[in-house]
Design a protein around this ligand. Structure first.
Ligand code: FES
Length: 107
């Protein structure tokens, strides 16, 4: 079911934004003329990915460096403390639809 998320013009201005729809907290990203929606909660220990960094096609959690591909949610860099790598799961991503300047998310 599609849910209104935010105005496209706002996301283009701020580049990334944390939003809440229903019971889901998402990170919205505008990158390479595309909109991405990924769960805001890191699959390692739950830190907010919206506080992380966006680089190329991925978001990196600032807590322990887990890195997720924005389009698929695939884990591309495991979390680590020093040289010790730890497991984490794939992050959930959500399809987006843009209609008349508004972004909708399929939850
Ligand atoms: S909570 Fe995100 S890498 Fe540990």
């Amino acid at each position: 079911m599609l849910h209104y998320a935010m105005e496209l013009s706002e996301l283009i201005q701020v580049f990334k934004k944390k939003i809440v729809i229903e019971d889901s907290t998402l990170l919205m990203v505008w990158l390479y003329n595309s909109v991405y929606a990924i769960q805001d909660r890191c699959t390692h220990l739950g830190a907010s990915l919206s506080k992380g960094t966006i680089d190329q096609d991925r978001v990196t959690c600032r807590s322990h460096g887990a890195s997720f591909e924005l389009s698929t949610g695939n884990l591309v860099e495991k979390p680590h403390i020093g040289p010790l790598k730890m497991p984490a799961k794939k992050a959930k991503t959500f399809p987006t639809v843009i209609k008349e300047g508004k972004i909708y998310i399929d939850l």
